[in-house]
Ligand binder design. Structure first.
Ligand code: ABN
Length: 170
């Protein structure tokens, strides 16, 4: 018998001594009903390559940039999803929900600041759809997320990566 088995056995014996059958069943029932009532998140992972695309990723109007605030990496030697050479993506991102004009569907887009060089200075884009206050970090764009990267290295530009479909049809 493994340590894990003995621990479970001890725990079960203690529970059997201290709790009545009814109270255990009641707790289990509450847990099951609670879990069933939790809504499932309406997201599904997508392969970025299978998403229909239109528009120019070097312009601020491009659909994925709906919640961005920063310099577009596509104008800075990188691409819409890849940080320019000499920079690395910050480990902390913020997200937005953007409508893809090519297929009419909503997608969750993750924005990563690319860090390691001074500000790119080209193609500043500040659209802010759904942007939240800084005390709600996952949706706050007006912040230098490079502070979460190695040794607080400087902010260069921002990439926009598709995470999932946001609509119920998923
Ligand atoms: N998240 C983009 C950014 C970087 C530096 C300062 C403000 C916003």
């Amino acid at each position: 018998m493994t340590d894990y088995d003995s621990m479970i056995e001890r725990w079960s014996r203690r529970l059997a001594k201290t709790a009545g059958r009814r109270s255990v069943l009641k707790s289990l029932g509450t847990l099951l009903v609670g879990a069933a009532a939790m809504p499932l998140l309406p997201v599904s992972r997508v392969r970025a390559a299978s998403v229909k695309e239109e528009g120019d990723s070097t312009t601020c109007e491009y659909w994925r940039y709906c919640a961005i605030d920063g310099f577009l990496c596509a104008c800075c030697g990188g691409s819409v999803t890849v940080c320019p050479p000499g920079t690395e993506p910050a480990p902390i991102t913020w997200v937005g929900t953007c409508r893809n004009t090519a297929d009419g569907r909503d997608y969750i887009v993750s924005y990563n600041d690319c860090c390691g060089k001074a500000s790119c200075g080209r193609c500043l884009c500040n659209r802010n759809e759904g942007d939240g206050p800084i005390y709600r970090p996952p949706i706050a764009n007006d912040y230098n997320w490079c502070v979460g990267s190695k040794s607080n290295i400087p902010y260069h530009c921002t990439v926009s990566r598709i995470v999932s479909v946001a609509d119920k049809a998923g």
